[in-house]
Design a protein around this ligand. Structure first.
Ligand code: ZN
Length: 481
C-alpha cells in the first residue's frame, strides 16, 4: 500500500479515538446530597394556608386602573396572620402599596445577602373556561391530594413555600448565617413596572447587592427531552427578550374591479411569508452550550458522541434539533406572526393592512438587531414600528456560588433529577434585578409532567401536596446552608 494510505488510516483512527474519548469522558454532573435531617413538615397545614392565599383573587389586568386592589391588601394581611413566627423575625416593608420586601437579618457580618423572589398577582381566568375547572378557580379546593386554583403553580405556591420554610426555621429559633431578603412584586403578569421595578430601585438606592437571586422559572419535569430518562430540573440562567413589531402597508383604496398588481393586504401577506421564511440564524450560544454539557451525559451513547463533539457535529446537531419546537426556540430568536389586519369589504381595496410579529429574542441578539432584520426582509415600502420590546437578560454563570447553592438544594430535594442550566422563554420579574446582582437563577421547586405545565395560565391549575412539601424542604435547604 502506498505511504499516504497509511497516513490516512492513521488519521481516521486518531479522529475516531478522539471522538469516542470525548464521549466517554463526557461525565454526568449529578451528585448526591444528604438532605437536612429531622425536618418534619406539616404539609396539610401548609396546603390550607396556600388554599387561603388562592382564595384572594389578586388578578392583574393589563390596564392597572381596572385592577381590583382590595385583594392585594387582604393578601398582605393574610400572610402576616398566617405566618406569625416568620413575621416576628422578618422586617417587612410594603413598597408602592402592594409589593412586599422582607429582610431576615443573618448572624454573620460581611456576607452578601441572598434574595428569594416571587409575585402575588395571578392571570385572569379566560372567559368561557370557568365551567371546565373541576373546582372553581378561586376556591382553593383541597381535593384528590391537590390544592386547586389560579396561582397554585404560578406562583403563590412559591410565596407560601418560602414563608413556610422561614416560619418553620424561625419557630425552631434558627437564624441564617447571612441576610436573606424576600421580594414579592404585585404585577409580574403585566410586566412588573409597579412592583419589581420599584423594589429593585429601592434596593439600588440603598446600595444593596446580592450574592445570588432566585426567582420563579423552570420546574422539574419528566419527558422534557427525548433520550433523557430522568426528571430534569431546569434552572433558568437567562431569559429571552421580547418584541412585538407591527408592519403596515398603505394602499389607494377604491373599487376592486380594476386593482393594482399588489394590494396593501397582498403586500403584507408577502412580507409575512418572507419573515417566516427568512428566520433569524440558529446558533449554539453560550447558554445552550451549558445546557448541553449538563444534559448530554444523561443520554445514550449515540447522542453522547454527538453532544460531546459539537466542534465536529454542530451543524448536524442544529439541523436535527431545530426540527422540534423546543429545539428551535433554544437555538434562535423565534418569529411568530400573531395578528393580521386589513380590509373590511370583499369588493373594496384596503387602504391599509398590517401584521404584528412576536419575536422572542435569544441572548446574544438585541431589539435593534431584530428591527433591522425586519426592515431588511420587508423592504422600504412597509412601515415598521415597535409596540413592546425588551432585550434578553444577561446569562448568569453556572460556575458560581449561586448556581451551586441551587443545585445542591435540588439534589437534596429531588435526588432522582438532573439539574440543568436552562433559558426561560417567557419574561419574569428577575430581569429587573440585574443592577443589583450578577447571579440570577429562575427555578420553581416542583416536579410535574410536561402536560401539566399547560395548567399554568390555563385551566385546572393545581399543585400536589408532595410538591408543596418538596418546595418547603427546598427553601429550608437553601436557608440552612
Ligand atoms: Zn409567574
Amino acid at each position: 500500500m502506498p505511504y499516504w494510505v497509511y497516513l490516512l488510516l492513521a488519521g481516521v483512527v486518531i479522529l475516531v479515538a478522539m471522538i469516542l474519548g470525548r464521549a466517554i469522558a463526557f461525565r454526568s454532573r449529578r451528585y448526591t446530597v444528604e438532605p437536612e435531617h429531622g425536618i418534619k413538615i406539616d404539609v396539610d397545614r401548609a396546603a390550607k394556608r396556600l388554599s387561603g392565599a388562592v382564595q384572594l383573587p389578586t388578578i392583574t389586568a393589563s390596564d392597572p386602573e381596572k385592577a381590583e386592589r382590595a385583594p392585594f391588601e387582604q393578601f398582605i394581611y393574610y400572610l402576616e396572620q398566617s405566618y406569625p413566627s416568620a413575621h416576628a423575625v422578618l422586617k417587612r416593608e410594603i413598597v408602592n402599596n402592594y409589593s412586599l420586601l422582607y429582610r431576615w437579618k443573618g448572624r454573620e457580618e460581611g456576607l452578601k445577602p441572598v434574595l428569594f423572589m416571587a409575585h402575588s398577582d395571578v392571570v385572569p381566568v379566560e372567559e368561557g373556561t370557568e365551567k371546565d375547572w373541576h373546582y372553581p378557580p378561586f376556591s382553593g379546593a383541597l381535593a384528590e391530594g391537590f390544592v386547586w386554583g389560579r396561582g397554585t403553580m404560578d406562583i403563590k405556591n412559591q410565596i407560601i413555600c418560602i414563608l413556610e420554610a422561614v416560619e418553620y426555621l424561625a419557630a425552631e429559633g434558627f437564624t441564617p448565617a447571612r441576610d436573606f431578603y424576600l421580594a414579592f412584586g404585585h404585577d409580574e403578569e403585566v410586566r412588573g413596572n409597579e412592583g419589581a421595578v420599584k423594589l429593585s430601585e429601592l434596593l439600588q438606592s440603598r446600595g444593596i447587592s446580592f450574592e445570588y437571586i432566585l426567582d420563579e422559572g423552570g420546574a422539574v419535569t419528566m419527558g422534557a427531552m427525548p433520550g433523557v430518562n430522568r426528571p430534569i430540573a431546569s434552572v433558568g440562567i437567562a431569559e429571552k427578550g421580547y418584541a412585538d413589531i407591527r408592519i403596515t402597508a398603505e394602499g389607494e383604496g377604491g373599487h376592486s374591479s380594476m386593482p393594482p398588481k399588489h394590494t396593501a393586504a397582498g403586500i403584507i401577506g408577502r412580507a409575512v411569508a418572507e419573515l417566516e421564511k427568512r428566520q433569524r440564524p440558529t446558533r449554539i450560544g453560550p447558554y445552550l452550550k451549558e445546557l448541553l454539557t449538563y444534559i448530554g451525559p444523561e443520554m445514550g451513547f449515540g447522542q453522547r458522541i454527538i453532544l460531546a463533539n459539537l466542534w465536529l457535529f454542530g451543524p448536524l446537531f442544529k439541523l436535527v434539533f431545530k426540527s422540534s419546537r423546543t429545539g428551535n426556540a433554544l437555538l434562535r430568536t423565534t418569529t411568530a406572526v400573531t395578528i393580521l389586519e386589513g380590509g373590511s369589504q370583499p369588493n373594496v381595496l384596503p387602504r391599509k393592512a398590517s401584521a404584528v410579529i412576536n419575536f422572542r429574542i435569544a441572548p446574544g441578539e438585541s431589539v435593534p438587531e431584530v428591527l433591522n432584520h425586519v426592515r431588511r426582509v420587508v423592504g422600504e415600502k412597509i412601515k415598521v414600528e415597535t409596540l413592546v420590546a425588551t432585550n434578553p437578560s444577561q446569562v448568569s454563570p453556572v460556575d458560581s456560588s449561586g448556581f451551586k447553592a441551587v443545585e445542591r438544594a435540588v439534589y437534596a430535594t429531588f435526588p432522582e433529577a438532573v439539574a440543568v442550566p436552562y433559558i426561560v422563554m417567557g419574561g419574569t420579574d428577575a430581569i429587573r434585578y440585574e443592577p443589583v446582582c450578577e447571579q440570577i437563577y429562575r427555578f420553581t421547586p416542583m416536579l410535574i409532567s410536561i402536560e401539566d405545565l399547560d395548567r399554568m395560565h390555563g385551566t385546572n391549575e393545581r399543585i400536589s401536596l408532595e410538591n408543596i412539601e418538596r418546595g418547603i424542604r427546598f427553601y429550608i435547604e437553601l436557608l440552612k446552608r
